[in-house]
Design a protein. Structure first.
Lengths: 339, 279, 303
């Protein structure tokens, strides 16, 4: 892995402490995120990995205060960008920050662009809003951005509507829109899931090139551990609304300290091409409406014992810059071979 | 409709439940009118003309001294019957046309849908006015005519419903064991298209009540002395300034009943269509 | 299409009992059968029905809708005389309905389940459940008779020709005619807006840091309007039916009122002319709806 490891002493760009999000439903409150803390260094790539429903996307949306209200309720202990606290949940001050300091690329480029506006206008309005440009200058700049994300004939295509582009091109346009405000942090929420495999690699490559050029920090959201290996400096694994393990990518892949991570690694296709049989994790994640009092993973965990069902383990240091929330993290390495 | 889940769903729609009760009570009161009021609907009492609402005459009397409450009840019988009959006629014709067009497809479908388009394009109220003027204002005729002019929406809905149902496996299965067309339509296709038909039929009752009252207001509906809510309003217009109760109450009767019917339709729609329910 | 409509209209009118002769008989002036026969011949009513139809249709195609029985003038002139008043009323009602529905629909969707949303829901249910003429009568009673703020009926006060007088006469009929459309369109726009507000591209617009006003009124509304606009275009043709009732309530001298008067006079050429005009409007606005749809939704043009 050639990715440079950030210095611990370097001041983090983004700090989030104790994020909690719950959604009101007919059957009661669903706790989607239960106390997530993250920090992101300058130029760093952090990946949040988890199944659907683990709270990874909700965490990402919270960083832009985009969790829908009033169904969703968001609280956090602290949220700072370059040391300055960001506005509280629901504050109007967020409007000026979104797309400017923190930008986001969404999962499905087919539905994330406005179908009745030209892509030029959709990129230009970010520039008009945040960069104090006239519409004309903004369109000019939008053309440059399209060129940067490698859309051929950018000048001509400004006047086209989203449906005239392929899926991969649309995601490039989304990226151009996100870059328009020259953000400090880019959140990429499964930006390649909806795309063909060949296009996926191009999009990931594009984002990484752009990161190198601009020095922005990136928060990747994905369910695909295989993807993470190549692009993240650090990885946080989420399960049932909590971070259960966080470590440098190399450490996490070499010595996972949470049984869930270990099982995920075992079920992910091996990068070296070894044809190991994929082990699926038995059982279902718990309902967010009625979480157990102990560890949320206990019911599916091969290492579960009595105390796991009684008390939920806190995230604790298990190695250098390596955190895990498991009573028996020492034994994960010797864990039996799945099924 | 026999599906218990639908009833459970419907019961959750509280406004619809209240509306069903209201509609039931209103219908019962209207049809039990002879036992509920001491007056005859056409009993003229010139000693008590134009009285405002009082204890003897709950809603007052008109310019011939007839009791307004009594007339609203008897008028309600006619108005409700017209509403129900015309909704039945319109829904029946619409279902038939839609089912035949959707099921047989091809030229039959093209022809029937063209006909539907044509019928759709003629403004219905003016046409209704012309037709109603032929009928000597017999209430059955008026009900049938209103029904005959409001089948197009049902036909379109049923057709599209049938088109999608036709391709379902159980219809294929019925066909493969040699079931006859009529039997397939009757036993397999229509029961599954029942949702939109019932909803459309319910809303048609309300619409027919409004149309009847409009025709009566123009003097082309059921003629006095037989009271309907519409022709009572027509009679009331000339004395609106001095006896406003004569205008207010029959209109309120229409408003409440149509409101109830529409809420029932709304509740049924929510209960029968899982897609709408999600909110 | 138009041909089918013309056959139906003609057929129904043909089936109508009585005709000009009934009218003449009822007037009590003419009883001589020979005079009536001469009259019939003059109007072409002695010919077989198909011949009458072809003649009527041929003439109608060139804009000649025949002679009015009652007024003894070309139907076309009679209709054109009444058209401006109707267009004025329909135009006012349309503008009012569009503005009200837009505000109510968008605000109800943005503030779903708020008091204004519930008020809008109640209003639209009531608006649809209320006979238009009754609403008109109640407004007359309150604002014209009791409060005396606005004129009861008519298009202008006799002898006055000021703009304010004219506008004051337009207020109540305009509101009455627009009621149904405000009720229908606002609900439709509300549900369309609710869908748009939940869509991914609105989330993108928010993530771009756009102001909430721009997110709602530009990004969401432009998409939500697409289905609503075509419904509005289709409904506009129906304004004509509504105008019959509204014009009668307010003695507004337009096409609708003309239709009711012609009905009582059994003036069939006028009735046929108006029906044909109404159908033409429906077809025209169907076309307008299609064109608007293609214009608003860029995806349509390329498919």
């Amino acid at each position: 892995m050639s990715v440079s490891t950030p210095q611990v002493s370097e001041a983090p760009v983004l700090v989030l402490e104790d994020l909690r999000v719950s959604f009101r439903t007919d059957e009661g409150d669903a706790e989607a995120v239960r106390g997530v803390s993250l920090s992101l260094g300058p130029g760093e790539s952090l990946a949040i990995v988890g199944e659907s429903g683990s709270g990874k996307t909700v965490t990402a949306l919270s960083l832009l205060d985009l969790v829908p209200r009033p169904v969703g309720r968001t609280t956090w202990e602290a949220l700072r960008l370059h040391g300055e606290p960001l506005p509280g949940p629901g504050d109007r001050g967020w409007e000026g920050l979104r797309g400017r300091r923190i930008a986001m690329v969404f999962q499905d480029p087919m539905t994330s662009l406005n179908p009745v506006m030209t892509v030029g206008d959709q990129i230009a309005e970010v520039l008009v809003r945040h960069m104090d440009l006239s519409r004309k200058a903004a369109l000019e700049e939008a053309r440059n951005l399209l060129a940067q994300v490698r859309i051929p004939e950018p000048a001509r295509r400004l006047a086209d509507h989203p449906h005239e582009f392929s899926g991969g091109q649309r995601q490039r346009i989304m990226i151009a829109m996100a870059l328009a405000g020259a953000p400090d942090v880019l959140i990429a929420d499964e930006p390649t899931t909806a795309l063909d495999v060949t296009v996926q690699a191009q999009i990931v490559g594009l984002i990484r090139d752009l990161q190198r050029a601009s020095g922005m920090s990136i928060l990747w959201i994905t369910h695909d551990l295989g993807l993470v290996a190549g692009l993240a400096d650090r990885v946080a694994v989420m399960y049932a609304g909590r971070v259960v393990e966080e470590a440098r990518a190399t450490d996490l892949f070499r010595s996972p300290a949470h049984p869930y991570t270990a099982l995920l690694l075992r079920s992910a296709p091996r990068l070296d091409g070894a044809l190991e049989r994929l082990a699926a994790i038995d059982g279902q994640p718990p309902s967010l409406l009625s979480l157990p009092s102990g560890c949320a993973f206990a019911d599916r965990c091969p290492l579960a014992e009595a105390r796991c069902r009684e008390a939920d383990p806190e995230l604790r240091e298990v190695g250098s810059a390596h955190l895990a929330a498991c009573w028996r993290s020492d034994e994960v390495a010797r864990m039996g071979g799945g099924r | 409709m026999s599906d218990p889940r639908i009833w459970r769903q419907l019961r959750r729609h509280k406004v619809a439940v209240a509306s069903m009760v209201l509609f039931g009570v209103a219908a019962a009161v209207c049809f039990l009118a002879p036992w509920l009021t001491p007056y005859e609907f056409d009993a003229i009492d010139l000693s008590r003309i134009r009285q405002p609402p009082s204890r003897d005459h709950w809603l007052g009397t008109d310019d011939l001294g007839r009791d307004l409450w009594t007339r609203i009840l008897f008028g309600g019988q006619i108005s409700l019957l017209i509403g129900l009959i015309s909704a039945a006629v319109g829904t029946g014709v619409g279902t038939l046309v839609g089912a035949v067009a959707g099921f047989f497809g091809g030229r039959t479908d093209a022809l029937l849908m063209r006909l539907t388009d044509v019928a759709y394009s003629i403004p219905s109220l003016p046409l209704l006015i012309v037709l109603a003027s032929f009928t000597q204002s017999a209430f059955m005729m008026i009900a049938v005519i209103i029904g005959l002019l409001s089948w197009m929406t049902t036909a379109r809905v049923v057709r599209s419903e049938v088109l999608s149902i036709r391709e379902m496996p159980y219809v294929e299965a019925a066909r493969s064991v040699g079931a006859r067309n009529r039997r397939i339509i009757w036993r397999h296709v229509l029961p599954n298209a029942l949702g939109p038909i019932v909803v459309g039929g319910t809303l048609a009752v309300g619409n027919a009540l409004i149309v009847e009252s409009s025709l009566s207001y123009l003097g082309l509906g059921v003629q006095p002395p037989t009271p309907t809510w519409g022709n009572m309003l027509r009679d009331a217009q000339s004395t609106m300034a001095t006896e406003p109760w004569l205008t207010i109450f029959p209109g309120l009767a229409i408003l409440l009943v149509v409101l109830a019917v529409n809420f029932i339709g709304d509740g049924l729609q929510d209960a029968l269509d899982p897609r709408v329910r999600s909110e | 299409m138009m041909l089918g409509i013309s056959v139906i209209i003609f057929g129904i009118i043909q089936a109508a009992p009585g005709g000009p002769e009934t009218m003449l008989l009822q007037s009590g002036r003419i009883v001589d059968p020979e005079v009536i026969e001469a009259y019939r011949v003059r109007l072409g009513l002695d010919q077989p029905v198909p011949v009458q139809y072809v003649r009527w249709l041929g003439a109608a195609a060139t804009g000649d809708l025949g002679q009015s029985f009652a007024r003894n003038r070309p139907v076309k002139d009679v209709i054109f005389e009444h058209l401006p008043a109707s267009l004025e009323l329909m135009g006012a009602a349309f503008v009012l309905a569009a503005i009200m529905a837009l505000l109510l629909g968008v605000v109800s969707a943005v503030r779903q389940y708020s008091w204004i949303d519930h008020l809008g829901t109640g209003f639209s249910f009531a608006g649809i459940a209320m006979p238009v003429f009754w609403f008109g009568l109640i407004l007359q009673l309150v604002f014209a008779v009791r409060l005396g703020w606005l004129p009861v009926s008519g298009r202008q006060t006799v002898g006055m020709n000021s703009f304010t007088d004219h506008a004051a006469h337009l207020v109540l009929p305009g509101i009455v005619l627009s009621l149904r459309y405000v009720a229908g369109w606002s609900r439709y726009l509300r549900s369309s807006m609710l869908g748009a507000l939940r869509s991914d591209f609105v989330r993108t617009a928010r993530a771009k840091g756009l102001s909430e006003r721009r997110v709602v009124w530009v990004h969401a509304l432009r998409n939500a309007m697409i289905p609503v606009v075509s419904v509005m275009a289709l409904d506009t043709a129906g304004l004509f039916s509504g105008a019959i009732i509204t014009e009668t309530v307010f003695s507004w001298p337009g096409i609708g009122r003309l239709f009711v008067v012609a009905m009582t006079q059994r003036d069939y050429p006028v009735l046929m002319g108006i029906l044909l005009l109404g159908s033409l409007m429906v077809i025209l606005f169907n076309l307008v709806a299609d064109l608007l749809y293609g214009w608003l939704d860029p995806r349509i043009r390329y498919e």
